[in-house]
Design a protein around this ligand. Sequence first.
Ligand code: ADP
Length: 216
Amino acid sequence: MRILLVAPPGAGKGTQGALIANHFHVPHIATGDLLRDHVARRTELGLAVQECLDRGELVHDEIVLDMVRVELEKAKNQGRGYVLDGMPRNMPQARSIYQVARTLDMTADVVLHLVADDDELVRRLLARAALEHRSDDTEEVVRRRLAIYHDVTHPIVAWYDQRGILVAVDAMQPVDHVSRQILTALEAMRPLISLVPESARTSIDLTGLGEAFGER
Ligand code: ADP
């Protein structure tokens, strides 16, 4: 399986990404984790991006693209798929990662969109801040990250929707409900992915499921 995760900060990208990767035995490529690892090791790249991370701003597209290209090549050499979490974050990144993936014959099968309200996201991120001390989890920076998400990241969702590879899930539910819906949808789609040509795919919107079963 080759999966992209698109979600606002606090929607559970990291948690769900790890779970999906584990379930399908594919690498979890999380750009935020890769960047924070560079910062922690004080590499040249880490020192260059630290300020952007602390301020909640996006680092240069090329930096992330180079990092992700290496990880996709590794996955390809191992004959595996991937869960890519944290990229793309704007339209230029979406186009360039598509080009890289096409060259490797590794374009995404599914783009998972985790949907949640801003108020809930802020609440979760501030609660996490109390536990984890991530430098970008202060209220001011959280609000900047959300604004960037709405301005430049969310618009890419429409592009994936048009390509028919979008699966939207309600991320306001408890973590295990979200996971169950994601894995159920992905397992149902898995055998079809190699059979249905890109031109015949249709997106799936599961965001009303919780309400349909009286869970919201
Ligand atoms: P969140 O989604 O909660 O903001 P991430 O761990 O995905 O958390 O990202 C943390 C930070 O890493 C971002 O605020 C940004 O500074 C940087 N970052 C991660 N991915 C990218 C990307 N694709 N392009 C630019 N910056 C990125």
